[in-house]
Design a protein around this ligand. Structure first.
Ligand code: AMP
Length: 447
């Protein structure tokens, strides 16, 4: 079914044509007609499935075909969990509004508050924002949402995990009227907090579900290499980079110092390489991402700060130099390739320190990986054995309960910490693998 089958304004169809987009993806095919009919949506969809246009196109169509409820208030607010994702959605929106009289602005944490207040005073029709900063402007009365027609929440699960529930409620309350439509997108619908907030924000929503969050991406070939130590990882990496014809490559490491060290090493080997980590200022991060997306660098070495949502169409290979600490991060990382129907490769280098995280990925995906080898670079490591069950007497019920509660609390705390670090762009990950002691280096199979 072509886009022309939806009743979209000619200008939108024209922009899609310029973008080289003619056939809707599954999420677009399902969500666009519901949104155009003015109904609320609760949708789950895989990363890279085209969900941005699934909400931007109906939003634009509503702008064009309906009278505004207010001349001054924003008509559409789009909320996203991170600055990078918001910037990406904003750039797609800019393409769509370019042909029209509508104004859009982005309101992100970490950027100048007064400049944002001035931008809001110019009465934009669209506001793309992170929830914390938008709630701050609401408090300062820099904008009013009485005339809001469409509220869109993208990656709602992530926003809730990052602790934005209160801000989402404030924004919802400021725009609480019968004529508001709400579209909520979430990587998973199997999330208690998402369902709770959906019950508050959405009016009898239609459910759209395209593939669960942990479904594998059919366009990505995944290979796993077992590694003995850091030098072995580096040898495998060098061989893969030299032997394989790849367009652009993203390499994920556990820590910031690793990204820098590896980026210097690869640059010395002649690759155009940039490194990105959460410690950098936002402007520096933007510049690095911009250069990479324009193809000025072939390799980006990064921590998990670049694992989510970023839309880089020329990335043909993702390498997990270190396995991610949280299994769902694996899906986000490899989702940086194989986007919009293209084929992609994902390589994971798994050493003893990665083993536990690797087994968690297998459990998360419900899949048992086989291992790949490169000639002359086969290591000795074959995986760690699971710890045998303790033979000590079963704990009494009360002690067991206490231990379970403590464990749950500590897991929740760890998740909260990780998410806070993710939100602020601080690096996440395990300690990297250590280098093998020099004296034993000759055992290492070298390239
Ligand atoms: P998203 O999941 O929204 O981040 O989109 C991923 C990528 O797919 C973006 O580069 C979009 O421009 C692209 N895309 C979105 N819709 C389509 C479509 N119908 N056909 C081809 N590419 C698309």
């Amino acid at each position: 079914m072509p886009f022309t089958d939806f009743s979209l304004d000619q200008r939108l169809l024209q922009t899609l044509k310029h973008m080289g987009i003619d056939t809707p993806t599954e999420i677009q095919e399902q969500a666009i007609p519901i949104a155009l009919a003015g109904k609320d949506i609760m949708a789950s969809s895989k990363t890279g499935s085209g969900k941005t246009l699934a909400f931007l196109l109906p939003a634009m169509q509503r702008m064009i075909s309906c009278r505004a409820l207010s001349k001054r208030d924003p008509r559409v607010v789009i909320l996203l969990p991170t600055r990078e994702l918001a910037t990406q959605v904003y750039s797609q929106l800019r393409l769509l509004v370019a042909n029209t009289q509508y104004k859009a602005t982005k309101i992100l944490g970490g950027e100048n508050f007064n400049d944002q207040a001035k931008a809001l005073a110019r009465d934009p029709h669209f506001v793309v924002a992170t929830p914390g900063r938008l709630a701050d402007h609401l408090k300062q009365h820099h904008l009013h949402l009485n005339g809001l027609e469409l509220l869109i929440l993208d990656e709602a699960d992530r926003m809730l995990d990052l602790g934005f529930a209160e801000q989402l409620k404030q924004i919802n309350n400021a725009a609480d009227h019968k004529r508001r439509q709400t579209l909520m997108f979430s990587a998973t619908l199997d999330h208690g907090d998402v369902n709770e907030i959906a019950a508050e924000l959405l009016k009898t929503p239609e459910h759209v579900s395209i593939g669960a969050g942990n479904l594998e991406h059919k366009d990505i070939t995944q290979r796993i290499f077992l590694c003995d130590h850091l030098d072995h990882k580096e040898a495998l990496l060098s061989r893969i980079l030299k032997d394989e014809q790849q367009k652009q490559i993203i390499i994920f490491t556990a820590t910031r110092s690793d990204t820098e060290r590896l980026a210097i090493k690869l640059a010395e080997e002649g690759f155009k390489t940039a490194s990105l980590s959460g410690e950098l200022k936002q402007t520096a991060r933007n510049q690095i991402m911009d250069e990479f997306s324009r193809g000025l660098q072939q390799i980006l070495v990064t921590t998990d700060v670049a694992s989510r949502g970023l839309d880089l169409l020329n990335v043909s290979l993702v390498i997990n130099f270190d396995m991610p600490k949280f299994a769902e991060e694996y899906v986000h990382r490899i989702g940086r390739t194989g986007r919009a129907g293209a084929k992609g490769d994902a390589v994971s280098l798994v050493g003893p320190k990665d083993w536990v995280n690797f087994t968690q990925v297998q459990t998360f995906l419900n899949k048992k990986f086989s291992f790949s080898e490169l000639e002359g670079l086969k290591g000795k490591f074959t995986g760690l054995k699971a710890k045998p069950q303790s033979k000590s007497k079963a704990k009494p019920a009360a002690a067991k309960q206490k231990a379970t509660t403590a464990k749950r609390k500590s897991a929740a705390k760890a998740t909260a910490n990780r998410d806070r670090r993710f939100a602020t762009g601080v690096d996440i990950g395990d300690a990297p693998m250590l280098r093998k002691p020099k004296s034993k280096l000759q055992d290492t199979p070298e390239d």
